[in-house]
Design a protein. Structure first.
Length: 276
């Protein structure tokens, strides 16, 4: 009896639990269904916002992974100032120099190394061209613009000089007083130096203390001999060049360096490799 009674009690307990479970299940299903309806309504209401967010994420990903440049291009260290020709990158070479005639055709040319009219009396350039780094050419063009207001022009004797020509010069005259040692390189080899003088409206050179490439104390900036007019012209040339940032050379009145010359490496690009 005890057993039966116990079983009856047990059954009634399990039936009650079962009914409870069904009630809980129904409640749970109801909650889930209500939640789903609420979720569906929300999704429907804000579907445009969702579409915009997904589109934004997609466009952002495309921009990041497909269109953006590698960041290392913007963090490349400046070129080493050491004498190192970059002939290993011929595809990049022509873009590193520009022809001054393309930047300002009012600047006159008298490229002496393209003739025998120079201190080694040999023709070393195949073409009479003045090639410079783009920023240096722009700076020189500003000097020309300043001079034009006074009826004057620049006349250029030498600009970029290939390192192989520097080696030839050194072979002819291995004296650091006259020629820069090619193992160090000249600032002309970097496309960041110019040799020049002034001419008037008729193209006649203004009187200077010496001729170009006349290596003597008379070519020094502190030379007080010669005519007053020649010293005035020399000092005026220094003044207009310095106004645009060029650096003078104490021993050569005709030579000027770009202030950033150290940031340009020595090159050995032939003069005819750059498009006119
Ligand atoms: Zn020079």
């Amino acid at each position: 009896m005890l057993i039966f009674s116990s079983l009856g009690q047990f059954r009634s307990i399990t039936e009650a639990s079962h009914l409870n479970l069904i009630a809980i299940e129904r409640k749970t299903v109801k909650i889930v269904v209500e939640f789903w309806h609420a979720f569906s309504r929300t999704v429907h209401r804000y579907r445009f916002v969702g579409l915009i967010l997904v589109t934004g994420l997609l466009l952002g990903s495309i921009n990041h992974f497909v269109l953006s440049e590698p960041t290392h291009l913007h963090t490349e260290p400046p070129h080493s100032p050491q004498a190192r020709p970059t002939a290993a990158h011929p595809a990049k070479q022509p873009g590193q120099l520009v022809d001054i005639q393309q930047i300002n055709p009012n600047i006159r040319l008298d490229i002496r190394y393209a003739t025998k009219n120079n201190f080694v009396q040999q023709k070393l350039y195949q073409q009479p061209r003045c090639l410079l780094r783009p920023h240096v050419a722009d700076r020189l063009s500003r000097v020309q613009q300043d001079l034009e207001k006074q009826g004057l022009r620049l006349k250029v004797f030498d600009c970029y000089r290939p390192l192989s020509v520097q080696k030839k010069l050194w072979k002819i005259l291995p004296d650091p007083n006259y020629v820069a040692d090619p193992s160090v390189g000249s600032r002309h080899n970097r496309g960041s130096a110019v040799d020049l003088s002034l001419v008037d409206r008729e193209g006649d050179e203004l009187e200077m203390p010496t001729e170009f490439d006349s290596f003597s104390p008379k070519a020094h900036l502190d030379y007080m001999g010669g005519s007053a007019g020649s010293r005035q012209n020399r000092d005026f040339l220094q003044q207009v060049m310095k106004k645009q940032g060029f650096l003078p050379l104490q021993t050569e009145w005709w030579h000027f360096d770009d202030p950033d010359w150290k940031s340009y490496p020595v090159l050995d690009i032939p003069l005819d490799a750059v498009q006119p």
